[in-house]
Design a protein around this ligand. Sequence first.
Ligand code: ADP
Length: 678
Amino acid sequence: MTRSFLFLLPQWIWRRSFLWAALMVLILIGQSLLVILSIRHEEIKSQEQVEDLSSALLTHIKHEISNEVRNTQSLVWSAHDNSSWRDNAAHLLNQSQLLLQLEHRTHSLELISRLTNESLIPNAKPDPIASRLISIENACSSAKRLQKPFFSSSYFNPEFAEIGIEVIDFCIAHAMPSNQTTFTIGTVGLHQLLSKSVSIDTQKRHEISLLATDGARLARIGMQRGKSVFVGKRSLILDGSNLDLYVDSSAARPSFIPNLSIALVLGLSTALCAVILLLMRDTRERSKVETELAQSLAFRRAMENSLSTGLRARDLTGRITYANPAFCHMVGYSFEALQSHTENGADPPYWPVDRRQDYRTRQAKRHIDMGSDISSFTHLQSNVQGFETEFIRHNGEIFPVMIYESPLLDHQGHHTGWMSSIVDISQQRLMEGQTRHQQERLQSVARLVTVGEMASLLSHELNQPLAAISSYANGSLNLLHEPDEQTLPMIQDALAEVANQADRAGRIIRSVHDFVRRRDKSHELISVGQLMHAVMPLIELQARKIRTQIELHMPIPELKVRVDRILIEQVLINLARNGIQAMEQISTSDSRTLTIDIQPTSESRVQFSVQDTGAGIAPEVAAQLFKPFFTTRTEGMGMGLSLCRTVIEQHGGTLEFASVLPHKGCRFWFTLAIAPNP
Ligand code: ADP
């Protein structure tokens, strides 16, 4: 199970595990090698020290022996007879720390005198051992033949120092004044030789021995036993005798842990491992951050390239430091061209030449305004300000743009320039123009429809004043046939009435004319009283036709609104006309009442309400009421309510309606903002 699971691991995990294992093995090998080399180095150093010590001791020992031999020689040469020999010998023994005994012998080696060194061997027995004579004989014959001091081989003298001492003799031949050759034989204690030659310090850490050529130990010195690990061996070659000097250090093989250098090596290599691990972690984190950065850079680049909004950055001198492809495409210049154009703070090439001065002033002012905010601002977004302006493309086309600009801060919060996003709004402007144009056309069509509807009403209305004018005019003409003092005032009254009726007819015509006339001004400040005064004649015109009663409640006619007067008038006329038409079906004219109510709903808004007593609105009609071209009337166009709603929404309000009671009519209302008193 586990095995199959392990095989499922991705390959990169295997590779990484293998690399880790290889690294660990390498570090272990490296550490072991370091330890081995370090131990080896210690061993070599200790061995070298022993070798050096052996050579130095050998030189020292040789020096001590030759000193003694030389001193003995001078004794021999200065002695004329046996008594002077004895005096000199006693003196010499007194001085020496090596010589145990001096003998004076005849040419046939018979003993003449023997003196022992009392300070070195206080209880020496007087008789020499017999076997010694043979080796003395050899040494002395050689000394005589070669005319130089000669040594015997070493031997153990049990007579000395109670337990016996290993010694070596040397023989010096010399001719006495009587021409007879005599021999002086000096006996050197090997232990004394070592004591004299080896310092206390060396004795503390080494065991030093003199060995016979067969390896037998003859004498040893040293406060500790040698460990036979670091040893030095030197041959002490004397004329007639060979000995070996054997130096054995009391130091054992370097042990593993207490050794300082090994501890250092281990510590350092452990620290090295830790550093490598930390470095690896650091590298891993760094590469992770780098990958994330590369990804976010790629993401940013893809985002910038896909944007249809232009992005542009400028430094404080005005030089363009960045422009995305959308902006370059918008203005028709490459980024390099934009950058070189704006070098040294020159104007950008997409500013129309004749407006550059204005743009420069505007930009400087805006930067001062925004720059003053930087020290205190905490929310960058709050500083993004949008404004509209116009740029010129490389091909000479001027187009409108919307610019949102904010200060550019570096990672330490220092202000380094400006970042702007630029939206080409030429298409938007085009669409807006088309929509406006269409709306205007629709509105004028709707107005014409209304006028058409009114034409019949108008002829009916004008009939009355025209008939009155006609009858007054005829009456006046009749009176003029026989003018007298009584008829004159009557004629005057009749003419005044003619003028009055003509004025009324003129007002009727003017109200229609005013409505149809294209407006000059869009938004104007107007009181609700003025507004109603303008529309009431037209509403009354329609109401009179079906004998509808009109009730107008307008407690504060001075309330002012800033509106597109003609459009709001048309809304009011439309709503009133719809109400009147809804009431046409009702048979009794007593119950036909159109109530127009204009009341403030708050300090800032005024509500216009038009309520009729018609049949109300059926739910299926209510669902489609505001749809363009929806109508239930055969002669209707279905544009009235749709236009009304658009107009009210353009003025920041909503057009609402409600059926008052089932079959008790319907109420439409909307609100407008009250214009503050100047
Ligand atoms: P039109 O007047 O040309 O029909 P409108 O958009 O003004 O177009 O009205 C659409 C429809 O809404 C009308 O045909 C009518 O059925 C209904 N309607 C509008 N106002 C009222 C009202 N006050 N009472 C009942 N129905 C109404």
